[in-house]
Design a protein around this ligand. Structure first.
Ligand SMILES: *Cc1c(COP(=O)(O)O)cnc(C)c1O
Length: 378
């Protein structure tokens, strides 16, 4: 079955009881049991919820995995993956991770005996050099936020297989429509479904998918034992969003490509970071592992004053954190999403005061370009 058909049909068979075409919202905490020891397979809603199960089935298929697990947020999903490890284990992480993942690793998980090395994953030799006898996980994110660097997923998979480590990919920026890490050798994929999977800026949600039965068993246990589960409404909304993921992503990417090309020609713009541009230093690598380049662009305007002016004058691009919704957003990483990253580290990564990040929505692209043109002119 092709992607768009799966997104609309898998896990979404009409309801057996009523024939309802849309998966019902099972807003319940518990289930009646016929007699002691006899029930319909549903006992308590932290453990199982039919709406959640249907969404997990759908997402597992979209990622080409065996199973998926829903969580109350992307951060809770990352935390669940980390709980696969034991005190004393070592993790190699990308140095330009999502800020919240870096915070979870450096401020919380180190207190429980995990150790982390943060490396520039553009060069696979850096990963090899960071391997220790106790390295149990390689954790990547591609494209990264906000510099849109690409990690060679096939290359990382070869290293993790060699050393027997679990390879995890945060696939939030690409979505399973444009990138399917499990098929390139990754063991686990995580998402902040708050972003493209939800797609309408109306929920917070996370999900983990895997292609291995033993990891699926461990995640089933952790999801129930730790209990960071989402409510059924979020799962229902994600299923609603799954049906349009392919059309939304196609439009996000087409709009972003047009806008990135237009910005690159603009005299007030110093640099444009978008994996779909031939000028992106890893454009060929992006092409080899993604089927499209998604809707995120970073733009170097040269100064804080220019960033303030542009974000203030934009009318359609709303100044806000988050990304991946149908409406266009703009953010200023230094003062918003990356405020907690030390200055030297930030500057090393290229996250300057003049950098703004666009989450290109699915509005009419001419209107978006006009908005940017006006804001850049003032
Ligand atoms: C937003 C985000 C997260 C965290 O997800 P939440 O749903 O906000 O907890 C993790 N990774 C990436 C790449 C993100 O953009």
């Amino acid at each position: 079955m092709k992607f768009s058909t799966a997104a609309i049909h898998v896990g979404q068979e009409p309801d057996e009881l009523t024939g309802a075409v849309t998966v019902p919202l099972y807003q319940t905490s518990t289930y009646a049991q016929e007699e002691i020891g006899k029930h319909k397979g549903w006992e308590y809603a932290r453990t199982q919820n039919p709406t959640r199960s249907r969404w997990e089935t759908c997402l597992a298929e979209m990622e080409g995995g065996l199973a998926a697990f829903a969580f109350g947020s992307g951060s809770a999903a990352v935390d669940a993956v980390m709980r696969l490890l034991n005190a004393g284990d070592h993790v190699i992480m990308a140095e330009d991770m999502y800020g919240g993942t870096y915070r979870l690793a450096s401020k919380v998980l180190t207190r429980f005996g995990l150790t982390f090395s943060y490396v520039d994953m553009r060069n696979l030799d850096n990963i090899r050099a960071a391997v220790q006898p106790n390295t149990k996980m390689i954790y990547t994110e591609t494209p990264t936020n906000p510099m849109m660097t690409i990690t060679d997923l096939r290359g990382v998979a070869a290293i993790s297989q060699e050393i027997g480590a679990v390879m995890v990919v945060d696939n939030t920026f690409a979505s399973p429509y444009f990138q399917r890490p499990l098929q390139l050798g990754a063991d686990i994929v995580v998402h902040s479904a708050t972003k493209y999977l939800g797609g309408h800026s109306d929920l917070v949600h996370g999900i983990v998918a895997t292609r291995h039965q033993h990891l699926a068993d461990d995640l089933t246990f952790l999801q129930n034992a730790v209990g960071a589960v989402p409510g059924p409404l979020e799962c229902w909304l994600c299923l609603r969003s799954a049906k349009t993921l392919h059309v939304r992503m196609d439009r996000h990417a087409a709009n972003a490509q047009r806008i990135a090309e237009w910005l690159e020609q603009h005299p007030s713009v110093n640099a444009v970071h978008y994996p779909g541009l031939p000028s992106h230093p890893q454009h060929d690598l992006a092409k080899s592992q993604m089927s499209g380049f998604s809707g995120m662009i970073s733009v170097e305007l040269g100064s804080l004053a220019k960033a303030v002016q542009v974000t203030k004058n934009l009318k359609l691009f709303c100044l806000a954190e988050s990304l991946g919704g149908v409406e266009s957003l703009v953010c200023h990483p230094v003062s918003m999403t990356h405020g907690s990253v030390p200055v030297e580290q930030r500057e090393k990564l290229g996250i300057t005061e003049g950098l703004i990040r666009l989450s290109v929505g699915i509005e009419d692209v001419e209107d978006l370009i006009e908005d940017l043109a006006n804001a850049l002119m003032h």
